[in-house]
Design a binder for this molecule. Structure first.
Ligand code: KMT
Ligand code: NI
Length: 171
């Protein structure tokens, strides 16, 4: 895992967009974003039990696995959105970027690789993309039934109670 401020320069979303300014794990924790390196599935199981996660699935994001819809999927994951539930993602193979909004609404890019696990709190605006290798295998963990409605950013979602609750936790 490596986190840094996104450079906001034009170019493909899959490029690193590395400003060279690092973001610490402590800064991420203040946003409610938790990172754990989990070389064994037992460590993931433990976190799942502690946080009451009952379900999981596994997803391969690549042109080989998805075929013609790959490019559309990658664009869809990159639309800024939030969820009304906490989100856990565990990278089983390959690499990917999760971008999250910092306190001043600037993008932080979190580069994840195999065995990296991330917890994103409910209500945080974020987006996801593969990198230039176009391959990631991710486990998605669900507290209850696998329902991952993405609410794309807009005035209505800014007013969502889960968004407001989240903002109260970081100020
Ligand atoms: C999300 O919520 O943005 C996603 O689940 C992206 C795919 S997980 C690699
Ligand atoms: Ni999401």
């Amino acid at each position: 895992m490596r986190a840094y401020w996104y450079d906001n320069k034009p170019g493909d979303q899959r490029e690193p967009h590395d400003s060279g300014r690092e973001v610490s794990e402590e800064t991420l924790a203040k946003l409610g974003v938790f990172y754990r390196h989990c070389p064994t599935i037992e460590q993931v199981d433990k976190i799942a039990v502690e946080r009451g996660y009952k379900n999981r699935d596994q997803l391969i994001v690549s042109p080989e696995a998805m075929g013609a819809i790959y490019e559309d999927k990658v664009k869809m994951f990159f639309a800024e959105h939030l969820h009304e539930d906490e989100e856990i993602r565990y990278i089983r193979d390959g690499e990917g970027y999760f971008d999250v909004r910092g306190v001043d609404d600037e993008w932080i890019r979190i580069a994840l690789e195999k065995d990296d696990l991330i917890v994103l709190p409910a209500g945080i605006y974020h987006r996801f993309t593969t990198n230039d290798k176009n391959y990631v295998q991710a486990m998605r963990l669900f507290q209850d039934e696998p329902k991952w409605t993405a609410l794309n950013r807009g005035a209505d979602v800014d007013a969502n109670p889960h968004r407001k609750t989240y903002l109260d936790t970081i100020i």
